[in-house]
Write a protein that binds this ligand. Structure first.
Ligand code: ADP
Ligand code: ASP
Ligand code: MG
Length: 469
């Protein structure tokens, strides 16, 4: 089906070097030549976001030499790519890349002098990755005869709250994006938007959380009423498991918005957990496609899960680096106010609970959280409970989840999951099933999670081809 407008997002690998960028640009150019209007949204070059986070930490701890070395390496990498994409030594894009590195160097020097890295300054620093890759995509498109113009997230109209590191778009973004990008599109210009970043109302740079370029693309898609959003990746699509862990993981043809959110939430790094929310509100489909195999359909994400009874489970995924926080104390937990105060304490800290379970004897409540938040969770709980209750942490845990709309109301799915785990001597620490019945999750020891993922993948036959209907 031909679309009049597509948003195309290119991930870090697809922006890895001049060749990858040229190939990505050719994928956009191909549709543009067919008469489709395209908005391109780009990630930072592969590895740059991590590098920026590292150098910010180095500056904060006083190691300015290490930070400067890393900036110099980044600068060379971006200059080389620009040159290979045909930029003349003193052309606009080269000057822009030089100026951005100079500003980055100054920001890093500020962090070094102050020995202070606030969430706000970290966002300013980490967003340079996308600000630097956008001009490279513009260059590549120009090289292929496409008129292009690049913009930062803020310039493209993405306004967010001030939740630095994990900002959310404000509703006003949609009109602004439509206005700013619509103008370029009607003038026959292809906008190139720096993903991952936005701006507060007062102009401070924010980021949307790791993997946030997916989110930028879907915000833009909703704003412009795109026919579809295409996320180009280095994998065939969303797969039945992380292909790095399960060798026979297969591409999933169709997933619902709800299924993909569960997958992303439970650790499938392939999409930002909130990426499909703007699309879900507007019914726009998302396609996850392989840049290496552009004619392969990839994964279609839409409202209808197209579940089939023979395959109730579509994927298995895991979150590593989890801790279980146990709250114990005979009797006290039977009092509803006590349990409520525990959850209040966690909510105030803005910590996401991955799993919750309460024993029926009411003497124990277990909470699974990312281990990085364990210390904060312990402190918050200890401050809110009376002496009768004991709070402790069990680190070294992972949460494994099976996802699929088809398991709703189906018997035997849980039995098959537990059977596979038991056969592989995997000890189950916690169990939960959401009321949506889109997933069942279990907490297991982290050391066992990769084996457990492979066993569960095999038990549900996820590596076998799905028969055509
Ligand atoms: P991009 O920069 O294109 O967004 P990411 O590295 O963020 O790329 O996401 C793609 C990666 O996600 C893949 O290379 C793969 O290793 C990982 N991944 C984890 N789980 C899955 C899954 N279920 N399906 C596909 N990829 C997955
Ligand atoms: N570059 C950012 C990250 O690595 C955003 C993205 O790639 O989606 O998290
Ligand atoms: Mg990503």
């Amino acid at each position: 089906m031909a679309h009049s407008l597509l948003v195309m997002k290119f991930g870090g690998t697809n922006m890895g070097d001049a060749n990858a960028i040229r190939h990505s640009a050719s994928l956009a150019a191909r549709s543009i030549r067919e008469g489709v209007r395209v908005v391109v949204v780009v990630s930072a070059m592969a590895g740059v976001t991590n590098s920026l986070l590292r150098l910010a930490d180095a500056a904060q701890s006083g190691d300015i030499a290490a930070a400067n070395d890393e900036i110099a390496a980044m600068r060379t990498r971006h200059f080389t790519a620009a040159q290979e994409l045909g930029a003349a030594p003193d052309s606009g894009p080269v000057r822009e890349i030089r100026e951005l590195h100079e500003t980055l160097r100054q920001a890093i020097y500020g962090v070094y002098l102050l020995r202070e890295l606030t969430p706000r300054s970290r966002d300013l620093i980490v967003a340079f990755g996308e600000r630097l890759s956008a001009p490279l995509m513009s260059l590549a498109l120009t090289g292929q005869g496409v008129r292009a113009h690049h913009l930062s997230g803020g310039q493209a109209g993405i306004v967010t709250d001030a939740h630095f590191g994990n900002a959310r778009p404000l509703p006003g973004s949609y009109e602004r994006v439509a206005d700013r990008l619509g103008g370029l599109l009607s003038a026959g210009v292809t906008p190139v938007v720096a993903g991952f970043m936005g701006e507060t109302e007062s102009g401070a740079i924010t980021t949307l959380g790791r993997g946030g370029t997916d989110f930028t693309a879907t915000i833009v898609g909703k704003a412009l009423h795109a026919g579809e959003v295409w996320a180009w990746k280095d994998v065939d699509g969303v797969m039945s498991a992380d292909p790095r862990v399960v060798k026979d993981a297969r591409n999933i043809e169709v997933l619902s918005y709800g299924e993909v959110m569960e997958l992303a939430y439970f650790g499938a790094k392939v999409l930002h957990p909130l990426a499909v929310t703007p699309l879900r509100e507007s019914g726009i489909p998302l396609r996850v496609k392989s840049a290496a195999d552009p004619d392969f359909p990839g994964t279609l994400v839409q409202e209808d899960a197209r579940d089939d009874a023979a395959h109730p489970v579509k994927a298995v995924t895991a979150i590593r680096g989890v801790s279980i926080i146990n709250v114990t104390g005979a009797g006290a937990l039977g009092v509803p106010e006590v349990v409520a105060s525990l959850f209040d304490a966690i909510a105030r800290e803005n910590i996401t609970l991955l799993m919750v379970s309460q024993s029926s004897s009411m003497s124990n409540v277990s909470l699974a959280v990312q281990s990085v938040y364990a210390a904060r969770t312990l402190a918050a709980l200890r401050a809110s409970v009376t002496g009768e209750l004991q709070v402790d942490e069990q680190p070294g845990v992972a949460v494994l989840a099976i996802v699929g709309a088809g398991m709703r109301g189906q018997k035997g799915v849980a039995a098959r999951l537990f059977g596979a785990l038991a056969q592989n001597d995997v000890n189950i620490l916690m169990i939960s099933q959401g009321s949506s019945e889109l997933n069942i999750s279990v907490a297991v020891e982290d050391a066992q999670v990769e084996g457990a993922t492979r066993a569960v993948h095999a038990a549900f036959g996820l590596g076998e081809p799905v028969a055509a209907d």
